[in-house]
Design a protein around this ligand. Structure first.
Ligand SMILES: Nc1ncnc2c1ncn2[C@@H]1O[C@H](COP(=O)(O)OP(=O)(O)OP(=O)(O)O)[C@@H](O)[C@H]1O
Ligand SMILES: [Mg+2]
Length: 278
């Protein structure tokens, strides 16, 4: 049977278009200003509740910091949002309309959710520029790699990202020659190539110098607004320097939420978390 014949009954464009539309084109409904809805979320590992009835709402364009002691469930939450871990119960919505549960990691990435793990995973032997080029290829898939030369538009995009992450002068260096902080920025750049709507960043400043930490604060602050950024971090100076709203996780639930000042003065928080520092 010819292809046309096989799809004969579906050949009407109006019927086909939802299947042909790239996921990236899916419109995220943020008419209520909320980009990420997490409701009644729970997941257990061998009977241990890593996430326990968690409710969290992230507004579109926000820069949100998630803090909490080791094992509070911060990384597990990112694993669930990105489709790496499946929760036992609860709901996760991207905008009001896109149910993220049941979607694969690749589908979730294509919807515009980028995630940075703690350890940088750049291609050390490749130049900074080539790393960005590679993530662009990965992003566009096989079709793009058929035309092996970068178009002007793609080069502009890479130049723009290089400027954003402050590595324009290092473009020709092997990524392996970068400092730890620069590698982290490069990896953020590799995510930015895909132009994500939501960026999840797990412990970005761990191991950075004070100066690199400061520049990372500037970078993440500059990304918010146009994008939504969720940052997990233990470095309280850093959190204080960037956060408008801080969410404190404790034993898989939200313990407190508010400005840094509000959560710092919250007796519950002082008792279970910040109290450790004093
Ligand atoms: N895949 C898994 N299998 C079993 N237990 C897990 C798994 N993932 C996480 N856990 C457990 O769930 C709890 C929450 O872990 P998680 O990594 O989310 O904490 P965290 O808040 O990111 O901590 P940290 O600040 O140390 O990174 C921990 O007790 C951890 O051991
Ligand atoms: Mg973690």
């Amino acid at each position: 049977m010819s292809v046309r014949g096989a799809f004969g009954e579906l050949a009407n464009r109006d019927q086909l278009w939802p299947f042909l539309m790239p996921a990236r084109g899916a419109r995220v409904d943020v008419s209520k200003q909320v980009l990420l809805y997490i409701e009644d979320l729970s997941v257990s590992f061998d009977g241990f509740k890593a996430i326990n009835n968690l409710n969290l709402y992230i507004n579109d364009g926000e820069l949100r910091c998630l803090i909490g002691a080791n094992g509070a469930g911060k990384t597990t939450l990112m694993d669930i949002i990105t489709g790496k871990t499946h929760p036992d119960t609860g709901a996760v919505y991207f905008g009001q309309n896109i149910d993220l549960l049941g979607r694969s990691e690749a589908e979730i990435a294509e919807l515009g959710i980028g995630r940075k793990f703690q350890k940088p995973t750049v291609f050390e032997a490749q130049t900074v520029y080539a790393n960005l080029e590679l993530s662009m290829r990965a992003e566009k898939g096989i079709m793009a790699s058929l035309g092996s030369r970068l178009t002007g538009e793609k080069r502009d995009r890479i130049d723009q990202v290089l400027a954003t992450i402050g590595l324009s002068d290092e473009r020709a260096l092997a990524a392996g020659a970068l400092s730890h902080g620069q590698k982290q920025w490069l990896e953020i750049g590799m995510l930015l190539i895909a132009d994500p709507r939501l960026l999840l960043v797990d412990e970005p400043v761990a191991g950075m110098t004070a100066q690199e930490t400061e520049r990372t604060a500037e970078l993440l602050t500059s990304l918010a607004g146009e994008r939504t950024v969720v940052v997990v971090e233990h470095d309280m100076e850093f959190v204080r320097s960037i956060a408008r709203t801080v969410t404190v996780l404790h034993q898989g639930s939200v313990l407190a939420e508010g400005t840094m000042e509000q959560v710092q003065n919250d007796p519950k928080v002082i008792e279970v978390y910040l109290g450790d520092e004093h």
